[in-house]
Design a binder for this molecule. Structure first.
Ligand SMILES: Nc1ncnc2c1ncn2[C@@H]1O[C@H](COP(=O)(O)OP(=O)(O)OP(=O)(O)O)[C@@H](O)[C@H]1O
Ligand SMILES: [Mg+2]
Length: 234
C-alpha cells in the first residue's frame, strides 16, 4: 500500500500541496483529478521521490520512505510514468527496456513488454526518439510493466495521442489493474479514468476537495471542481 500522509510540499517559497493525504490500497486504481495547476504532478513527484515534502510522510507497505530517492522508491516497487514520457530518446527501445529491469530479469522484462505492446517487439533496435508519439508512450508504460512495478504513478499518459492509441493505453491500464498492480492515475480523460478507478480524489488548489468512489461523484461536482466554476457557467 502506498500512503501519502498529510503532505505539504512546494517549490521555493510557494506552497503547492496543503496537508494532502492519499492512500492507494494494494490492487486498486485511484484517479486523481483536478484543474491545471492544482498540484497533481507535484503530488506524483512527491510519491516518486523526486520532491521531498516539507512535512508529512510517504509510506510504502508500512515502511517510511519519506526522503527516499527515486531509485530507492523504484526498488520498493513504485514507478512513475512522468509527463512527457520519461524515456531515453537517444537509446534504442531494447536499451530503454533493459534499463528499467531488475538485474537478471532483462529477458522476462523484455518479453512482458513485447507481449503488452507487440509494436515494441518489432522495433527493439529503433532509436526511441524516432518512434511516433503513441509508440513512445507505449514504451514508457511498458517500462513500468517490464520493471515489475507494484504501484504505477501515471501523469497524463494519454495526452496528445490519437483516440485509438488512447483506447489501447486504457486497455493496458485495465490489464495492469486486473493483474493487481496499483495505479495512481492523473488523467484529462475524466470518464475513462473514472471507469477503471476504485477511488477518485479531487485536488483543488493543492488541497483535496473530494475522496470517494466514482459512483459518489456527481457530474456537477466534477464540473465545479475539475473544470472550474467558469466551465459550469459556460
Ligand atoms: N519546478 C517548479 N518551480 C516552481 N513552481 C512550480 C514548479 N513546478 C510546478 N510549479 C507550480 O506548482 C503549481 C502546481 O503545479 P503542478 O504541475 O503540480 O500542477 P498540475 O495539477 O499537474 O497541473 P496540470 O494539469 O497543468 O499538469 C503550479 O502553480 C506550478 O506553476
Ligand atoms: Mg501536471
Amino acid at each position: 500500500m502506498l500512503r501519502i500522509d498529510a503532505v505539504t510540499a512546494g517549490y521555493g517559497h510557494t506552497t503547492v500541496l496543503h496537508d494532502v493525504t492519499v492512500v492507494v490500497p494494494d490492487g486498486s486504481v485511484v484517479a486523481m483529478l483536478g484543474p491545471n495547476g492544482a498540484g497533481k504532478t507535484t503530488l506524483l513527484r512527491v510519491a516518486s521521490g523526486l520532491l521531498v515534502p516539507w512535512s508529512g510522510r510517504l509510506i510504502v507497505d508500512g515502511t517510511d520512505a519519506t526522503g527516499a530517492s527515486p531509485h530507492r522508491l523504484r526498488s520498493l516497487g513504485v514507478c512513475l510514468v512522468p509527463e512527457g514520457r520519461g524515456i531515453f530518446p537517444s537509446l534504442t527501445v531494447r536499451e530503454n527496456l533493459r534499463l528499467c529491469c531488475r538485474a537478471g530479469q532483462e529477458t522476462s522484462g523484455l518479453e512482458r513488454a513485447r507481449e503488452s505492446f507487440p509494436v515494441l517487439g518489432k522495433r527493439l533496435e529503433q532509436i526511441a526518439g524516432t518512434m511516433s508519439g503513441g509508440e513512445q508512450q507505449m514504451l514508457a508504460l511498458a517500462r513500468a510493466y517490464a520493471g515489475d512495478a507494484r504501484v504505477v504513478l501515471l501523469d497524463e499518459v494519454s495526452m496528445g495521442l490519437a483516440p485509438k492509441v488512447v483506447d489501447e493505453i486504457f486497455a493496458f491500464l485495465a490489464r495492469l489493474a486486473a493483474e493487481g498492480i496499483s495505479l495512481l492515475l492523473v488523467e484529462q480523460y475524466v470518464s475513462k479514468a473514472m471507469a477503471i478507478a476504485d477511488y477518485v480524489c479531487l485536488l483543488d488548489r493543492g488541497a483535496l476537495s473530494f475522496v470517494g468512489e466514482p459512483a459518489e461523484l456527481s457530474e456537477s461536482t466534477i464540473l465545479a471542481n475539475y473544470l472550474g466554476a467558469e466551465a459550469v457557467g459556460a
